[in-house]
Design a protein around this ligand. Structure first.
Ligand code: GDP
Ligand code: ZN
Length: 330
């Protein structure tokens, strides 16, 4: 029998998930981030999952950023035994699949877990700046209780009208980083802000996220993507969520570009909590559970009429309210 104080030869290794490819999980040990261990998921997770019938993608049982405990096989691969509780997670409604029947319901797609910051990447042209798109990303970040910052890239293409948006979002309290991946302008300040954190970069395709990452961390994307694929295409395309160590205790999570995002699981009556400047008013409404839409005595509507809340933001709010399913998931 084993002595009680004798160290167990099979002590689990604590690690973070950096990448997932179908059923293979790539885990980075906390004690040695230079290593990467190919792992499978212990069968029991899938069984538990089926029993619970949760409305998740099967791959979401364990996501990039999850902290896990694994045991090593003799061949150097690992088996994930434990998935630690998440500090937070970022998700959206899973994109619609052509031909699938939804019965009005869409699944949750978890993007990543245990994040310190979300950087929403926007561009001024190609695609042109769209405040409603930005507001959707902000709501997703706020609802996940993750610090949110905004990167406005392609600063070389900025127009006078666009300039106003920078101040607009700064006035709401968001950190705004204006960058040009082409010249490297503004990139140093952004890079500095990643220090000591796990930061996820998210945005529409074409905003220049890969260009920015390549500018800040040359070789980072190349080193982990398939070389022949790289040279054939001549361009890096992020196809899956991946976490990179950029410095000691500093990680970047790169994500595939998206066309649009719909927040998952936000109740209509909660949506206003995620518009940061609405929060000062929502307790002043006449009715509790006010959706700030049609109800009389609504303090948010009064603030919009008084010019204290911007009509742009209120308009974004109403549009999102329209697409937020009421109580569907609860
Ligand atoms: P991603 O889809 O967000 O990863 O975008 P990419 O990094 O692939 O960039 C999309 C296009 O925008 C490419 O043609 C880039 O050369 C271009 N691009 C990226 N950053 C800038 C920038 O700061 N200024 C300009 N003018 N073009 C940029
Ligand atoms: Zn109200």
């Amino acid at each position: 029998m084993q002595e009680q104080n004798e160290p167990c030869a099979e002590a689990p290794i604590e690690a973070k998930i950096a990448r997932i490819e179908s059923n293979t999980y790539y885990a980075v040990p906390l004690a040695d981030p230079s290593r990467i261990i190919r792992c499978t998921l212990r069968g029991k997770f899938k069984k538990d999952f089926r029993l619970k019938k949760e409305k998740l993608y099967t791959t979401d049982i364990c996501v990039v950023g999850d902290q896990v405990e694994l045991i090593m096989n003799e061949d150097g691969t690992g088996v994930i035994q434990t998935i630690c509780p998440r500090k937070n997670h970022l998700s959206r409604k899973a994109p619609k699949i052509k031909g699938a029947s939804y019965r009005g319901e869409r699944l949750e797609q978890v993007i990543a877990a245990n994040l310190d910051a979300l950087y929403v990447v926007m561009s001024f042209q190609r695609p042109e700046f769209n405040n409603k798109v930005l507001d959707r990303f902000l709501v997703v970040g706020e609802s996940a209780q993750i610090e949110v910052a905004i990167i406005m890239n392609k600063f070389d293409l900025v127009t006078d009208e666009d300039q106003d948006w920078i101040e607009f979002y700064e006035d709401l309290g968001y950190a705004v980083f204006c960058t040009c991946a082409k010249t490297g302008a503004g990139v140093a300040r952004l890079k500095e802000s990643f220090r000591g954190k796990t930061s996820l970069m998210w945005g529409q395709s074409g905003v220049g996220k890969s260009s920015l990452l390549n500018n800040m961390f040359p070789g980072l994307l190349l080193s982990t993507s398939d070389i022949s694929e790289w040279s054939n295409r001549g361009k890096h395309t992020t196809v899956s969520v991946q976490m990179f160590e950029i410095d000691e205790n500093s990680f970047i999570v790169d994500t595939p570009g998206v066309r649009e995002i719909d927040p998952y699981g936000i109740r209509q009556e909660d949506l206003s909590h995620y518009f940061v400047e609405f929060v000062d008013y929502i307790n002043e409404c006449k009715y509790s559970g006010c959706t700030h839409n049609h109800e009389p005595g609504c303090a948010v509507v009064e603030a919009v009429e008084a010019g204290e809340i911007s009509e742009f933001r209120y308009d974004s709010y109403l549009r999102m309210l329209d697409t937020t399913e009421d109580d569907m998931f609860f």
